[in-house]
Design a protein. Structure first.
Length: 384
């Protein structure tokens, strides 16, 4: 049988979001339970230990924004409008199949949207403490995890033991390591892939309903990309400028940002945002005597602009700028996202202190600014 080439395999991963619908249906037909989630702070291990599958419900398309705007303000982040629009217009099978939706009190827009969503579906909101550095923050978040644990046990008749939590931590840590190893290939000069390709491999795990299978698929891709590189394949020119992406989640604007950068002489070697390293870089301490606390602690290590102060994001950025030998930073800000729009000042200072150029682009899920974005991004790359 003819071996598939890497581009064909990347193409298969790009279909994962669409093909996952069938897997979600199979899960439901077999009596499985699904929880829809929205955020990197969602403690997946607690759901795994309850035998409940998780799937991301973050909207990434402009298609349902108009439906959402019938109830939500126009001047709201597209991720929130798209997500709510999918729920209210019944267009997202993942939302439809979800037995429970779990959100967190991150930004005000999401927090208030969940209240409306609660009229359509069973919604549980975890109260994320945002005061990093307080002596009781970890305790507060642990209490929220305990509350979630009890809720899942009661709703789904599950028993969540420490052993199950520990096993879930081991599994999720393996998935994170697999993703990290793949992303870290981009440290090579020149990098072995365009990020638009790697992105789909990483994102596919959100829709697989089988963590073991996701780990295997990602590890296989890492091995193949590495082998092709060692055999001399260089799909990316060494003259391309090495770009780090930071800011808001970027799936809904991937082509007009990352795609444009890669068309204009740049290559994204690192995504710091929730679609990339930030979501995979911290591990749970599997040996910790109090495993629930260890899970809580791990999630509080995530740097996000909803935290105050958001020192963890700045520390991670500084580290990544060096490790990935970055030439320039592009920050993606979704329109009306106040946390990231305001925090851009600190990011710009952090990046410039390291002697690197920085640009922020504010955009939404429509195509109306695609031309303008392309011009700005290619001018930025040219200037590097
Ligand atoms: S951990 S980045 S997934 S909160 S929805 S804050 S874009 S206005 S998504 Fe996020 Fe969790 Fe943080 Fe990551 Fe802004 Fe829009 Fe709010 Fe957003």
């Amino acid at each position: 049988m003819e071996q598939k080439q890497l581009p064909e395999k990347f193409q298969e991963f790009s279909e994962a979001r669409k093909n996952g619908f069938l897997r979600a249906k199979a899960v439901k037909d077999a009596g499985g339970k699904i929880a829809g989630t929205f955020c990197t702070y969602t403690p997946n291990e607690v759901f795994d230990a309850a035998g409940v599958y998780t799937v991301s419900l973050c909207g990434t398309s402009d298609e349902t924004v108009a439906a959402a705007e019938a109830e939500l303000p126009k001047n709201l982040c597209p991720l929130i409008k798209s997500s709510y629009g999918f729920a209210v217009s019944d267009k997202c099978p993942y939302t439809y199949f979800s037995d429970l939706i779990v959100g967190e009190t991150t930004c005000d827009g999401k927090k208030k949207m969940y209240e409306l969503l609660g009229r359509l579906k069973d919604v549980h909101v975890m109260h994320l403490p945002q005061g990093i550095g307080r002596p009781y923050t970890a305790e507060l978040w642990r209490r929220e995890l305990e509350y979630l644990k009890t809720l899942l046990e009661e709703k789904f008749g599950a028993e969540i033991t420490d052993e199950k939590l520990r096993a879930a931590c081991r599994l999720r840590n393996r998935l994170r390591r697999a993703k990290l190893e793949l992303m870290e290939l981009q440290k090579l000069c020149p990098p072995p892939a365009n990020y638009t390709d790697l992105y789909h491999v990483i994102d596919s795990a959100n829709f697989s309903f089988d963590v073991e299978q996701s780990i295997r698929a990602i590890e296989e891709m890492t091995a193949e990309i590495r082998a092709a590189y060692e055999a001399g394949q260089r799909p990316v020119s060494p003259h391309r400028k090495r770009i780090l992406i930071t800011g808001c989640p970027s799936t809904g604007v991937l082509q007009k940002t990352v795609g444009e950068i890669e068309k204009s002489g740049g290559v994204v070697v690192c995504m710091e945002n929730c679609n990339g390293l930030k979501a995979a870089i911290q591990m749970v301490d599997e040996q910790a005597p109090d495993i629930l606390q260890a899970i809580a602690d791990r999630y509080l290590e995530i740097g996000c602009a909803v935290m105050s102060p958001d020192t963890k994001r700045m520390e991670l950025l500084q580290r990544l700028l060096q490790e990935y030998r970055i030439d320039g930073v592009v920050e993606i800000i979704l329109q009306a996202c106040h946390p990231y729009a305001i925090e851009r000042q600190q990011v710009r200072e952090t990046v410039r202190q390291m002697g690197l150029p920085y640009i922020a682009v504010e955009t939404d899920y429509s195509q109306s600014d695609a031309g303008q974005l392309s011009t700005r991004l290619s001018a930025f790359i040219e200037m590097l």
